[in-house]
Design a protein around this ligand. Sequence first.
Ligand code: PHE
Length: 340
Amino acid sequence: MDKKIQELKNKAVLEITGSFDLKSLEDLKVKYLGRKGEVTQILRSLADLSIEQKKVIGPQAQALRKELEELIDKRSAELKNKKTRSFDVTRPGKKIKTGHLHPLTLVEKEIIDIFKSMSFSVVDSGPEIETEYYNFDALNIPKNHPAREMHDTFWLEKNSAKNNKMLLRTHTSPMQIRYMEKHKPPFQIIVPGKVFRYEATDASHEINFHQVECLMVGRDISLANLKYTVEQFYSRVFMRKLNARLRPSYFPFVEPGLEIDIQCVKCGGRGCNICKESGWLEVTGAGMVHPNVFKSAGYDPKEYQGFAFGAGVERIAMLKYNIPDIRMFYNGDLRFINQF
Ligand code: PHE
C-alpha cells in the first residue's frame, strides 16, 4: 500500500478509536473526510496522477475512505451508548477486595506463635481419618468402655488394610501416640488440628471443630509444669494475667485427669455474665500422661512422665472476639467473616 495512505490510515484509526466524545469525533470526520479533509484531498489529487498511479492509489484511497466512514459510524454508536473510554478522574476508585484469613486461622496462628516462643515444636496435625486403634485403644480407651460415649463418633464404612475400624478423629490426642512412636523424649510439642463429633449442633457445639493438643514428656515433668504452661498460654492469648485452677476429672489417657479453669477473661475473676458470676472459665481437659499410653507408644512409664492438654480453638476465638455462637465460624456469612 502506498506509504502515505498507510500512515494516514494508522493516524486516523488511532484518533477515531481514541475519541472520547461525539464532538471530537465530528471534528475528526471533518479532518479526514470533510470537503478539505485529508482523505478527500488525496482523492481530489488523483486527477493529477498518471494512469498507472491512479490505478494503484485510487482504489486504496477509496477503500480508506470507506473504512474510516465505517469506523466513525461504529465509534459514534459506541459513544452514544455511553460505552465511552472517558472517565471521571475525581470519582472515588473501586476498593480492591483482597482475601483475608478466617478468624479461626488467625487464632490458630496466634496460638502457634505463643507456643513457639515457649520452645514448643509445632507438629503436623496428622490424619483426620483415623483408626480406632489410635483414636481409642492406644489411648487406653478399650472397646466397650463407657468413656467412648464421651466421644460420639463418625464411623466410616470402610476399614483400613489392617482391618482396623476407621473413623473421623474425635480429638487430637491420637497424635500423642503417633508422635511418641517416632520420637524419643524429652520433647514439648503442640498439634493443632481439626476434630469431629457426631453431635447435635447448638451455640456451643459443632460437628467439627479445632483443638490444639499440647504434650510435654521428659524425666521430671510434673503438674507444676502443666499449670505453668496453661497459665502462660492463656494469659498470653487473652493478653492479661490469668491464673489456672485444676479440678479433678476423668480422661482414660491421663492420670490424674483434670479439667482446667482459668480466671474469667472479661472480669478477671470478680464475676460477670461471661463466667456466670463464678469468676472462672472451663477451658481445657488435661492431665498427666497415663502409663498405659506410654506403653502403647513403646516408652517405659517408669522412666518418663508427661502432661497433656487439649485446648479448643473455637472456645478461645469466641472468648477473644465475643462471638456468641460457634456455628458462625462455619456458616459462610460474609457479614461475620469480613469483620476479621
Ligand atoms: N482429648 C480430650 C478431649 O478431646 C482432651 C484432653 C487432651 C484431655 C489431653 C486430657 C489430655 O476431650
